[in-house]
Design a protein around this ligand. Structure first.
Ligand code: GLN
Length: 246
């Protein structure tokens, strides 16, 4: 029996647009290929909170989906803030990125409060920011994906972006070249795609952090077959990245 890692998919019913559930599949698959035993907890509104959570993944959603989950999100806000402060790795895409910030004022003028894990706020505009997105991060190299949002996000002083958009795409707001946000081990980003199949370095960063937090060290226990399959997935990601970069 491998070492268990508990992965939470946050609001998969309402917050899973543009295939963001692909991120969950990648994390589960890579954990298994490293020889760990992933255990998935799909958490939707009203569900019980699991006893153990090592890694949390949240997806994007329509403004209406975001409005639907905010009450429940606030019910769980203290727990999520505690986990974030304690170093639990989290990846929040688009709509969940916005709700992990301070607030999202929709284009319709509705104000949705966020839980303030990330020092960022978002204001909706009529013009949607849609298209391929390429950014550079010192930690992860070039990150490749797709964005589709009406919200312009602005980072508070002291909040780091995930990356810098130099030519392809809009990023947080189209004004300051930032994209996403990072605080501790929490990453927020507009990158759909899904993100992790094409950017395995980020998947491995989340996995490594989760494993070290729980077991004190990251020591994969893999068969040669698992290693071979992981290398194959990395090669596929490289191919996809080449296409996206052209
Ligand atoms: N509803 C939000 C916006 O339009 C988030 C969109 C998304 O998650 N793709 O900005």
């Amino acid at each position: 029996m491998g070492k268990v890692i508990d992965v939470m998919s946050l609001y998969p019913k309402d917050m899973n647009i543009y295939g963001d559930s692909g991120n969950v599949l990648v994390v589960l698959r890579r954990l298994a290929l490293y020889g760990f035993e992933p255990r998935l907890h799909a958490y939707n509104q009203g569900d019980d909170w699991p006893e153990q959570v090592d890694l949390i993944l949240g997806g994007g959603g329509q403004d209406t989906g975001q409005a639907k989950i905010t009450d429940d999100l606030f019910r769980r806000a203290d727990r999520l803030r505690d986990l974030a402060a304690g170093g639990t790795p989290m990846l929040m895409i688009c709509g969940m990125f916005q709700l992990f910030g301070e607030y999202f004022e929709t284009v319709g003028g509705e104000r949705l409060d966020g839980i303030g894990v990330l020092g960022a706020y978002t204001v909706g505009q009529e013009h949607r920011m849609i298209g391929n997105l390429v950014e550079h991060s010192d930690d992860f190299g070039d990150i490749i994906g797709y964005e589709n949002h009406s919200g312009q996000t602005f980072l508070r002083e002291g909040t780091l972006p995930l990356g810098r958009v130099d030519h392809d795409g809009t990023g947080n707001n189209g004004e300051d070249h930032t994209e996403g946000a990072r605080v501790g081990n929490v990453i927020g980003t507009y990158m759909h795609g899904s993100l992790l199949p094409k950017n395995p370095k980020i998947a491995d960063h989340l996995i490594r952090t989760a494993v070290i937090n729980r077991y004190g060290e990251f020591e994969p226990d893999q068969t040669s077959e698992q290693m071979f399959e992981l290398a194959r997935l990395d090669a596929l990601a490289e191919e996809a990245r080449k296409v996206a970069a052209t």
